[in-house]
Write a protein that binds this ligand. Structure first.
Ligand code: E4P
Length: 228
């Protein structure tokens, strides 16, 4: 399963790229709002991100009619060759997904909360569908089960659309999405960083370092005895 970073924060992206585990980035208006004080325009921030990570970067459309979405999608797609246009799934969005995808622009269909929405987006030509698992969990439904249903459905009908597990809240979500075959998970930076952590790793490193120091001290005292 490939890992994207779900952020508009360039420093977080630089760190994930340095770790070698950032296959792409997803942004949305809420994530941009978090950094907008220091970010310049949305276009400038997306282009900055494109200079940091060599992979798909999703940037979201905010227009509310099909014609306006198509125009906005064409504009956003022109920002950089790696930009993927995010379009929410509703009636205007579905028409825009169909028209934009037919024009060769990659679409990440966002705000997916059902398998039927994913099927519609896939049949309309979307390159990606993003089920929001954390927001489903929040209302007492199982987000990972939805990811599993969509993966199985796309696979059964040999549809090329890829599933991006979105709205990921914790590390167990990541493992569960990988287990059910999500192609990609897009993670807030703290979730990615948490995947590294294990107390036994920290304890093991501390023990190895202490033993190494002890071994060095023993070698030094052995060498001193021979010299005497
Ligand atoms: C990514 O494409 C989504 O916009 C994002 O994961 C939504 O996450 P949230 O539910 O934490 O806002």
């Amino acid at each position: 399963m490939r890992l994207y970073l779900d952020t508009a924060d360039s420093d977080e992206i630089r760190q994930a790229v340095a770790w070698g585990v950032c296959d792409g980035v997803t942004t949305n208006p809420s994530l941009f709002a978090k950094v907008s004080g220091s970010a310049g325009s949305y276009k400038e921030r997306v282009q900055e991100i494109a200079g940091i990570v060599d992979g798909p970067i999703s940037a979201e459309c905010v227009s509310r009619t099909a014609d306006a979405l198509v125009e906005e999608a064409r504009e956003i797609a022109s920002w950089h060759p790696n930009v993927v246009v995010k379009i929410p799934i509703d009636a205007a969005g579905l028409e825009a997904i169909s028209r934009v995808s037919a024009a060769g622009i990659q679409v990440n269909t966002t705000l997916i909360f059902s398998a039927n929405q994913a099927l519609l987006a896939a049949n309309a030509g979307a390159a990606y569908v993003s089920p929001f698992i954390g927001r489903l969990d929040d209302i007492g439904q199982d987000g990972v089960t939805l990811v599993a249903e969509i993966v199985e459905m796309l696979d059964r009908y040999h549809l090329p659309t890829q599933v991006i597990a979105a709205s990921v809240r914790h590390t167990q979500h990541v493992t569960a999405c990988a287990s059910v075959g999500a192609h990609i998970a897009t993670l807030p930076f703290p979730v990615l960083a948490s995947m590294l952590q294990h107390p036994l790793t920290d304890k093991g490193i501390a023990t190895f370092l202490a033993d190494w120091d002890r071994a060095q001290a023993q070698q030094r005292s052995g060498a001193e005895s021979v010299a005497r």
